[in-house]
Design a protein around this ligand. Structure first.
Ligand code: XUL
Ligand code: CO
Length: 439
């Protein structure tokens, strides 16, 4: 920790249990407490996202930033970046959060040339590495910002400008090297501006082919440098582009399979991106899970009255229960984690609000975890689901599932019977009431 604290008066956030009146304490997240035989910290693998927590200014299209960040005193961008690393680790340590995630340009500033940018990145990585070693904090995943600089106005890997593609490749190469050096458990591709605003001026096939070529280069380079972390593709249907090529889990998985990337890349699924795609987060997780592509999650929430990516901290227990139930069902999230890709509201501009936001999110997930584990231990929901499909466990169902029936043989079966057995009630309300008994 730096000599001068960035968060004076705030100590290490402790687990105090549900009855505490202290708002700077955990009510549910008890890092070493066992759930299904595993410490909560290993189930949840919480990460702070550097871009929101350390770089978010609170600016919006109607006005400039509002965040009060007393540590932002350095005018030199590299010195400012180095000072911020100290603050980031003070925050991680006081919060008791084990991981963080970054884009290259969140942690280190752009230089005048690519070489200078790389040098800045190395300098900051030296400090990140020292802080990691000292504190035991870890990098969950790294990524490259391939969307802010004007060179990426038409996208990065999908730009019609080949040298933009080449520059992006160089940036990813470096970001992978630094992620590798810092022991990162993963590397994320989020589309950024990979998509289109207008199909008339877009060669979609060529652009999507290029995106696949780009990912293959990354996969090849990982082998070359011995980076064995997990690659993730992060779905988002729109924003900034009207259509993003990484639309949702199903679209991403189709892309990975179509281009032979399915062995190398899994999904990093973000709640508010799921809802923008017209899905529930549970749907996106279930779809990726059933296909074997569940990787990591970006935890946040949207606002039902707002149609854009509000990146709010998640506090809804029903949502976190759905998420944790699905994650447990598919064997957990590691080597991925629960990364808070979330920002405090523009109106919540004091440093202490960063603590309230993360504590709330961590507690909401811890509670979701405990509820999901209780549901699984009890087994009543699972039993009802199995009962709903009971007919498939009979001889006919077994033969169909085993592939030994055909349209012809099934026609014979139904001609003999004349009509199918009547269906049973789906009992949605009973299911929903049952879920509420655990909350
Ligand atoms: C943007 C978004 C990104 C990715 C990483 O909506 O979610 O921050 O998580 O590039
Ligand atoms: Co995200």
């Amino acid at each position: 920790m730096a000599d001068r604290e960035a968060f004076p008066g705030i100590g290490r956030i402790k687990y105090e249990g549900p009855a505490t009146k202290n708002m700077l304490a955990f009510r549910h997240y008890d890092a070493d407490a066992l759930v299904e035989g595993k410490p909560m910290r290993d189930h949840l693998r919480f990460a702070v996202s550097y871009w929101h927590t350390m770089r978010g200014t609170g600016s919006d299209p109607f006005g400039p930033g509002t965040m009060v960040r007393p540590w932002e005193t350095e005018s030199d961008p590299l010195q400012a970046a180095l000072a911020r690393v100290d603050v980031a680790f003070e925050f991680l340590e006081k919060l008791g959060c084990d991981f963080y995630c970054f884009h290259d340009r969140d942690v280190a500033p752009d230089g005048a040339t690519l070489a200078e940018s790389n040098k800045h990145f190395d300098t900051v990585a030296d400090s990140l590495e020292k802080h990691q070693q000292r504190s035991g904090k870890k990098l969950l995943w790294g990524t490259a910002n391939l969307f802010s600089n004007p060179r990426y106005v038409h996208g990065a890997a999908t730009s019609p400008n080949v040298e933009t593609f080449a520059y992006a490749a160089a940036q990813v190469k470096k970001a992978m090297e630094v992620t590798h050096r810092l022991g990162g458990a993963g590397y994320v591709f989020w589309g950024g501006r990979e998509g289109y605003q207008c199909l008339w001026n877009t060669d979609m096939k060529r652009e999507v082919d290029h995106l696949a070529r780009f990912m293959h280069m990354a996969v090849d380079y990982a082998k070359e440098i011995g980076f064995t972390g997990q690659f993730y593709f992060e779905p988002k249907p729109r924003e900034p582009m009207k259509h993003q090529y990484d639309f949702d889990s199903a679209t991403c998985i189709n892309f990975l399979r179509a281009y032979g990337l399915e062995k190398h890349v899994k999904m990093n699924i973000e709640t508010n991106h799921a809802t923008l795609a017209g899905h529930e987060m549970q749907h996106e997780l279930e779809y990726a899970g059933m296909q074997g592509f569940l990787g990591s999650i970006d935890a946040n929430t949207g606002d039902t009255l707002v149609g854009w990516d509000t990146d709010q901290f998640p506090t809804n227990i029903y949502l976190t229960t759905q998420i944790m139930y699905t994650l447990l069902k598919y064997g957990g999230i590691a080597p991925g984690g629960v990364n808070f890709d979330a920002k405090v509201r523009r109106e919540s501009f004091e440093p202490v609000d960063l603590f309230h936001a993360h504590i709330g999110g961590m507690d909401a997930f811890a509670r979701g975890l405990k509820i999901a584990a209780a549901m699984r231990a009890d087994g009543a929901v699972q039993k009802l689901v199995e009962e709903r499909y009971a007919s498939w466990s009979g001889p006919l169902g077994k033969r169909i599932e085993a592939g030994s029936e055909s349209l012809k043989s099934l026609e014979q079966e139904m001609l003999k019977k004349g009509e199918a057995e009547p269906c049973k009630s789906g009992r949605q309300e009973l299911f929903e009431n049952l879920i509420n008994t655990y909350l």
